[in-house]
Write a protein that binds this ligand. Structure first.
Ligand code: ADP
Ligand code: MG
Length: 395
């Protein structure tokens, strides 16, 4: 990575403001944390700062309070979980830059960790307001951005604050950029991308960008239906984006030009309605019944994709191959998840639903990298610069 990290600076005894992404799912009623993956992902940075005697001030957003105080979006339960995880108290301010925040920061001892209130309680956060950025910066001597999941947003706490303090990447940020960067800059060849998910329109920029990077491009999910229709296949009542048929043809033509091998489904699991309890059967892609819809790839497609993945040294996967949240239509995605876990290759998984499915299978630890940022990883793979990364000091 061409950015400085917290390894490159002296933090001993210093006040360090760390932007983390602790936007964890909470139970609506009990406010219990349903999944603390994002908190755990920041532990290497927090532990490194503690070990080096820094005064660590954490700041995150939680939910969408839209610039006002929302009681149900307070950070207190998150601070409590972090305290459990590190075995040390984590005092939590009840405001972001006010009296409580000042007192909380002032009370920090070297090696201590505290948390500010939900930064999106401040109306200036999402506007990248300079006054808010300055107020946050005033708490600290150094800024560390470890919130990869929010790095694609130019907000006061992700980008703005970096103008007023020496700004470096945290260890999670570094790992995300190293692994995702390896896909877009110099991946070990041969390289494959598996792109699925609901819509071609949300992934088209990735498809186009990856065409110049990969040797093999495997397509699944709802967007495969648009590709199939663009090739004259009868897809029955499947989800289709008719305004994207030209785009699909352009991707196929672009692949041919670039010498990229494209994989499209040769069979499918079709359902008589879009429902978890729908009737379903596996059919050849040439015989999708008129009123039925494709909700997963079939076993022949999985076998074909596995064969095409053989010998690949780098694989990136973004987007499920079917409606993986419903067991009857999860088999294609699950099979690919297992196949990738067994490969001798650098496998990088991104995308909210895709990460959820490999995690549910207990396979998250089996790949080189599972990204914590859905939208951010997608924008990175599109070749975009992330404002939260651009703002950091160059190495
Ligand atoms: P990710 O979050 O991993 O980037 P997306 O958000 O792009 O993935 O897409 C995930 C969604 O795509 C899931 O909700 C899934 O139900 C849907 N999907 C996958 N295959 C199909 C299909 N054949 N028809 C309709 N929806 C699909
Ligand atoms: Mg998604």
């Amino acid at each position: 990575m061409n950015k400085k990290t917290l390894r490159d600076i002296d933090v001993t005894g210093k006040r360090v403001l760390v932007r983390v992404d602790f936007n964890v799912p909470l139970d609506n009623e009990t406010r219990r944390i349903l999944d603390d993956t994002r908190i755990r992902a920041a532990l290497p940075t927090i532990e490194a700062l503690r070990a080096r005697g820094a005064k660590t001030i954490l700041v995150s957003h939680l939910g969408r309070p839209d610039g006002k105080v929302v009681e149900s979006a307070r950070m207190a339960p998150v601070a409590a979980r972090l305290a459990d995880l590190i075995g040390a108290p984590v005092p939590c301010a009840t405001d972001v830059i006010g009296e409580s925040a000042r007192a909380t920061v002032a009370a920090l001892e070297p090696g201590g960790v505290a948390m500010l209130e939900n930064v999106r309680f401040e109306p200036g956060e999402e506007k990248d307001d300079e006054a808010l950025a300055r107020a946050l910066a005033a708490f600290a001597d150094v800024y560390v951005n470890d919130a990869f999941g929010t790095a694609h947003r130019a907000h006061a706490s992700t980008a703005g604050v970096a103008a007023f303090l020496p700004a470096v990447a945290g260890l999670l940020m570094e790992k995300e950029i190293d692994y995702l960067g390896r896909i877009v800059t110099n991946p070990e060849p041969p390289v494959a991308a598996i792109i699925g998910g609901a819509k071609i329109s949300s992934k088209i920029a990735v498809l186009q960008h990856l065409l110049s990077k990969v040797n093999v491009l495997l397509i699944g999910g709802g967007m495969a239906s648009t590709f199939l229709k663009a090739q004259g296949v009868n897809i029955g009542a499947s989800l289709v984006e008719d305004d994207q048929l030209e785009t699909a043809r352009a991707v196929i033509a672009g692949a041919a030009e670039a010498g990229v091998m494209i994989g499209l489904p040769s069979d499918a699991v079709v359902a008589d309605k879009f429902a978890e309890d729908a009737d379903y059967e596996t059919v050849s892609i040439k015989s999708v019944p008129e009123a039925w819809m494709i909700l997963d790839v079939g076993p022949r497609t999985v076998a074909d994709y596995r064969a095409k993945l053989e010998g690949m040294k780098t694989v990136v996967w973004n987007g499920p191959l079917g409606v993986a949240e419903w067991p009857a239509f999860a088999e294609g995605s699950n099979e690919i998840a297992r196949a990738l876990a067994a490969m001798d290759a650098t496998v990088v998984i991104g995308g909210g639903e895709t990460v959820a499915l490999v995690t549910a299978l207990g396979l998250a630890g089996a790949y080189a990298h599972v990204s914590t940022g859905g939208g951010a990883s997608l924008e990175f793979l599109e070749g975009k610069e992330l404002p939260g990364v651009v703002a950091l000091l160059d190495r």
